[in-house]
Design a protein. Sequence first.
Length: 56
Amino acid sequence: MATNPPKGPGRKGAIRQRTQVLNPVIKRYVKRDSTTGQFINVKSDKKPFKGVRKEK
């Protein structure tokens, strides 16, 4: 049987091992692992990922 999550805020702050960058060709944000540099995920809408720091 499923349980409810703990009370209060879930994740606090940014996810440290992930960064995101805007792909200018497809105009979508791409998430990548900052330790290996491997691309992980592409956002389906044009909004940035929540809680993931942006690259310059």
